[in-house]
Structure formats: C-alpha cells, structure tokens
Design a protein around this ligand. Structure first.
Ligand code: F6P
Length: 319
C-alpha cells in the first residue's frame, strides 16, 4: 500500500494519541503516506481528511484525548453511510484504514471489511471489553484514575466512618470495577458478569462493623445500575446511610500511563505492518504480552471474558 488512513472513533481513551503517532510514524518509516480522518466516521462520511506528516504527531504521546477528534456516528451504521465513507477513501487514494476505538468502532471497521475495504481495528477504550485482546488502550490509565479517586474517598470515608458507593464506567463490562476494587481494597464489587446478593452484601458490611471496621467502599459498575440506585436499595435493606461518588468522564481523560503508551505504540505499529503486508480485515491485540491479530469478523463474534478468578480473589481478600 502506498497510502493509508487513520481515525479514532467512539468514546476517547488515554493513549489514543500515542496510537495515532505510532501509525503515522511506522507508516512513514515504511514509505507509506498517512492521512488523518478527523471526527471519526462522521469525518469519514464528510471527507474531513488531511495528510499527516512526522511533525503532525509530535508532542502528543503524553496527551489524553485524541488529536483526530472522535464522534459517535449513527449514519455510519447504515449501508449508505458506509458507501459514502468508502467513496471518500477512494477519492483520497487511501488504500487501507486503521480504526482506533471500541466496540462500535470495530463494528464500523467490520462493515467496511465486509464491503471489501481493508481495515485494521486497534482496541482503544477504557472499558477493556474488546474480544481478541487482554488489554485495551486506555484501560490502565482509567484504572489508575479510579484508584486515585478511591484513595482520596477512603480518607474522608475513614474520617467520617462512612460507607461510600463509587460508580465507575465500563459500559456492559465489569473489568474497570473489578480491577479498581481489587487494587483499591474495596469491600464489595458489583459487576454485570455476576448477580449480586443484597443479603450477602449486608451481612459482609455488618461483619465488618462488628470487628471494628470504620468505613466501607463499594464499587458499582455502571453496567449493573447507578450508584444512587444501589444506595437506595442498600438503604432499604440495611437502613445504612451512604455517600455516592459518580466518577464519570474524569475516567476518560488524563495523560496516559507508561503502560498505555507502550501498548498503543505496539498495537498501532502492528496495524500498519498488517496493512503493509496487504492483510486487511484484522483486529490487533495483546495476549501474554505478545502481539496478536485476528480476523475482525471472527474477533467480534467472540465474547470478551472477565477474569472470574480475579473476582473470586477480590471476595477472598475483602472478608
Ligand atoms: O466506552 C467508553 C465509555 O466511557 C463507557 O464506559 C461509557 O458507558 C460511555 O463511554 C459513555 O459515553 P458518552 O461519553 O457518550 O456519554
């Protein structure tokens, strides 16, 4: 390929910039021109496409967000929208596209692949819910943001001897909640992958209080219910007064951790290698610290699996 494109789509995640940088630099290193598609699939449909040079991606490796901007695009879910996108790519002489994003972005890349256009998906989302990779770009940074918040909440929870409920993002996946709960020493973690038992939660809280525990932290993944909803249910079951903290979009911002920058650099470069070899229709990932790639259609047919052993461990350690 002589010319490729790159776009970021869906919810942004810290490290997307590092991935864009890797795509641009790796492509130019291999003698391939790169065009940036701005504003995700919206920009693709509207032809918001500009050439990127080595310097276009200077000074972004440490920045959160995405220099290419992003969007959620309803029109691209339609065949007409996808055709318009392909026409724009052809008009600009772009022979292959790297799509950095989460589930919805992958579905767009899959649609383009099915229409015969070579695409490679790079997993970028704080949710860590993409099949075919153990980690997604942005998950580690978001996790550290949540941990920072929990540590702070713990201070005030201890001072006031309170129970706090912390609602974290993750869409339908419990990864962020589980990892944050384990790393933050939460007493209870509610994830969508498991049914919670209010009686068990109440009895754990009671046992903690009996042995002199002054505070508790409960993490609720947004895929289960909202923190406020859970607080109301807990109040009904135990009459316990709580405070709720909804971390929200803070989890999506901030400078990417070293781990996310390295992951983004490796995955972005691998995506370019695949296109350079003429291997479109792939999704890249990391497994056992090795780069992998899968047929994007097969990858999306798989389900992301949360590590239930880790969930079991979190319960064992929070007795
Ligand atoms: O997919 C990333 C994510 O932050 C999810 O965790 C969350 O459910 C969703 O995006 C929020 O989307 P929006 O920014 O459109 O409100």
């Amino acid at each position: 390929m002589k010319r490729i494109g790159v776009l970021t789509s869906g919810g942004d995640s810290p490290g997307m910039n590092a991935a864009v940088r890797a795509v641009v630099r790796q492509a130019i290193y291999q003698g391939i021109e790169v065009y940036g598609v701005y504003q995700g699939y919206n920009g693709l449909i509207n032809g918001n496409i500009k050439k990127l040079e080595l310097g276009s991606v200077g000074d972004i490796i440490h920045r959160g967000g995405t220099m290419l901007y992003t969007a959620r695009c309803e029109e691209f879910k339609t065949k007409e929208g996808q055709q318009k996108g392909i026409e724009q790519l052809k008009k600009h002489g772009i022979e292959g596209l790297v799509v950095i994003g989460g589930d919805g972005s992958y579905r767009g890349a899959k649609a383009l692949t099915e229409l015969g256009y070579p695409c490679v998906g790079v997993p970028g989302t704080i949710d860590n819910d993409i099949p075919g990779t153990e980690y997604t770009i942005g998950f580690d940074t978001a996790l550290n943001t949540v941990i920072d918040a929990i540590d702070k909440i713990r201070d005030t929870a201890t001072s006031h001897e309170r129970t706090f409920i912390v609602e974290v993002m993750g869409r339908n996946a419990g990864d962020l909640a589980l990892w944050a709960g384990l790393a933050g020493g939460a007493e209870t973690i509610l994830i969508p992958e498991d049914n919670h038992d209010m009686e068990d939660i109440a009895s754990r809280l009671k046992k903690g209080q009996e042995r002199g525990k002054k505070h508790s932290i409960i993490i609720v993944a947004e895929g289960v219910m909202s923190g406020n909803e859970f607080a109301a249910k807990l109040k009904e079951a135990t009459n316990l007064e709580t405070r709720v903290s909804v971390l929200g979009h803070i989890q999506r911002g901030g400078s990417p951790t070293a781990s996310d920058r390295v992951l983004a650099s490796r995955l972005g470069s691998h995506a370019v290698d695949l296109l350079a070899e003429g291997r479109g229709g792939r999704a890249v990932g990391i497994e056992k610290n090795q780069l992998v790639d899968y047929d994007i259609i097969e990858a999306l047919a798989k389900e992301h699996v949360l590590d239930l052993n880790m969930y079991k461990l979190s319960k064992e350690l929070s007795i």
